[in-house]
Design a protein around this ligand. Structure first.
Ligand code: GLC
Ligand code: CA
Length: 559
């Protein structure tokens, strides 16, 4: 039977950070049964696919991205059977579940690593990157969470970890390890899973000599991107992975694939690509990374045309070879409004405009939990309220640069990953209805006004606007165009407007103004029906429009 590998293309996806979605048993931590209890909320929103961040057994050093048993569910999230129920209950509603697949590293508490530590001659020692070096790490690579990418385990023995030291990198050169990973992947796919979001996958191939490189910072170290991201030869590994797993199922795969140049996109997501689709990061990491978040420029201090140009470059490159996955938020970023809008202009109105901008791009849209409510960044008073390992590292960098604790927390607040990892506000009751216990991380201070229950009944809420966006994208009339239509940037003469036309069997224009005052524009077409507007604007005649501050409009083009 030929497999339908395209079932997901016209669907809407939603990302869940399970620790913070819904707590069913009062221990303060979101769990799988909590997700099951909210499937109807997601169905009502119009969601077809849910990506759930890792729920496998884990010491939770990095929010579950440090897995100690790939076959088990962590007790904080529930039991293995709960996952089966979730998959079935979702399938019953026509919703597919994507699990998170972490293949670049596991936890230092995984039995493989424990055996490898105990016995350097064991098979498992070959699953990791152990090297001998006297007195100093084997090379000068810097880990992505700061500090050396090597950890000493006694004597001259070290192991490589591109992320935290509790996340030893797996050695993909080892065929036995690869087979173990394929077996595990097939085990989950056999359960009727929709597929996987695949973590940090461009890092699995390392520069084979593991040599030091010229330092790029005062610490004498060098970013590990060059020698470990999309490194030549990775294609052979990814092709073998696909053939042994995903090819056998009607599943979808979305890769976290940072660092893939546009010329190589075809190998990743073209016909016979390694994956179905991928997340491109070129338009979401607009702030210069610099030496720590405290040195970063706020993205909106750049002209908004910077976002526009990167976004369109990504869209046009992707359109040539395949089908992208579009998003503005995820569990690794602060809320989009903090990145793309000046603080004083963040409002439900401008949040709807931001949502519109990303949602009608070409590619499958991923909404991150709380984005549909217009959630903003949270607030930390001190580093003690932060759980995220990367925020803690950036805080240390700020302190080392002479910032006071007060200044340092302010400096890292804007970019902290915990901004978007706070509990989902279901209603205005205690803890936003997320838990009857004590939440594992402080709830968002605005939950009394920004929550799902209140927004359900307010017809002008961000939530109801998202519902309208989803319904429009999925409508019989426009689904073909929104899914497969080409993307044509327009109004490029205005630096504070991002606008495009989707051209499929119909033509639809999406216009988003980042201008805080009124703005006259002349459209390159005659307006047809007004399909969506954050100002509830009615149809307009002709080509001229005066946009209000942060106005957006989705307009059928008159043919
Ligand atoms: C990915 C995840 C991130 C995690 C990292 C290491 O980037 O999205 O949350 O910290 O991989 O697994
Ligand atoms: Ca719980």
């Amino acid at each position: 039977m030929t497999k339908n590998k395209n079932w997901w293309k016209n669907k809407i996806a939603y990302q869940i950070y399970p620790r913070s979605f819904c707590d069913s048993n009062g221990d303060g931590i979101g769990d799988i049964n909590g997700i099951v209890s909210k499937l109807d909320y997601l169905k009502d929103l119009g969601i077809d696919i849910i990506w759930i961040c890792p729920v496998y057994r884990s010491p939770m050093d990095d929010g579950g991205y440090d897995i100690s048993d790939y076959y088990d569910i962590d007790p904080i999230f529930g039991k293995k059977e709960d996952m089966d129920v979730l998959i079935d209950e979702a399938n019953r509603r026509g919703i597919k579940i994507l699990m998170d697949l972490v293949l670049n590293h596991c936890s230092d508490e995984h039995p493989w690593f424990k055996k490898a530590l105990a016995d350097p001659d064991s098979e498992e020692a070959g699953y990791f990157w152990f090297r001998e070096s006297h007195g100093a790490p084997p090379n000068n690579w810097r880990s992505m969470f700061g500090g050396s990418a090597w950890e000493n385990v006694g004597g001259d023995r070290w192991y490589l970890h591109l992320f935290s030291k509790k996340q030893p990198d797996l050695n993909w050169e080892n065929p036995k390890l690869r087979q173990k990973l394929y077996d595990m992947i097939n085990y989950w796919l056999d359960k009727g899973l929709g597929g996987f979001r695949i973590d940090a996958i461009t890092h699995i191939k390392k520069e084979p000599t593991l040599s030091s490189l010229p330092a790029d910072g005062p610490d004498g170290m060098v970013d590990c991107y060059g020698p470990t991201r999309n490194y030549p030869g990775i294609g052979d590994l990814l092709t073998e992975l696909r053939k042994n797993t995903f090819d056998k199922y009607e599943c979808m795969t979305v890769a976290e694939a940072a660092g893939v140049p546009y010329e190589e996109l075809g190998a990743y997501i073209g016909k016979d690509g390694y994956f179905d689709t991928l997340f491109d990061f070129t338009y979401s990491e607009l702030y210069a990374r610099g030496h720590g978040w405290h040195t970063c420029m706020r993205p909106w201090e750049w002209p908004i045309s910077n976002l526009r140009d990167k976004m369109f470059a990504s869209q046009l490159a992707t359109e040539k070879v395949g089908f992208g996955a579009v998003y503005f938020e995820n569990h690794d970023y602060p809320r989009a409004c903090a990145k793309y809008l000046p603080d004083q202009y963040v409002s439900p109105l401008s949040q709807k405009m931001l949502g519109t901008l990303f949602f009608f791009l070409r590619g499958i849209p991923f909404i991150y939990q709380g984005q549909e409510l217009g959630m903003t960044n949270t607030h930390f008073d001190s580093i003690d309220q932060v759980d995220d390992i990367s925020t803690k590292n950036h805080y240390k960098l700020a302190i080392a640069d002479g910032f006071s604790p007060d200044e340092a927390i302010k400096a890292v607040q804007r970019y902290s990953r915990d901004n978007a990892r706070v509990p989902f506000p279901w209603n205005d009751e205690k803890n936003g209805g997320f838990t009857v216990g004590t939440p594992w991380v402080k709830v968002h201070p605005d939950y009394a006004s920004v929550n799902a229950a209140d927004e359900q009944v307010d017809k002008d809420s961000v939530l109801n606007y998202y519902k309208r966006m989803i319904a429009l994208r999925k409508s019989n009339e426009y689904n073909q165009t929104f899914t497969f239509g080409d993307i044509k940037p327009i109004l490029l003469e205005h630096d504070d407007i991002i606008a495009y036309v989707r051209e499929g069997d119909k033509k639809i224009a999406v216009i988003c103004s980042f201008c805080p005052s009124q703005k006259e524009i002349t459209l390159p077409f005659e307006c047809g029906e007004m399909l969506l507007s954050n100002y509830n604007r009615q149809n307009i005649d002709g080509k001229k429009m005066t946009l209000s501050p942060f106005e957006c409009a989705v307009i059928a083009v008159k043919e």
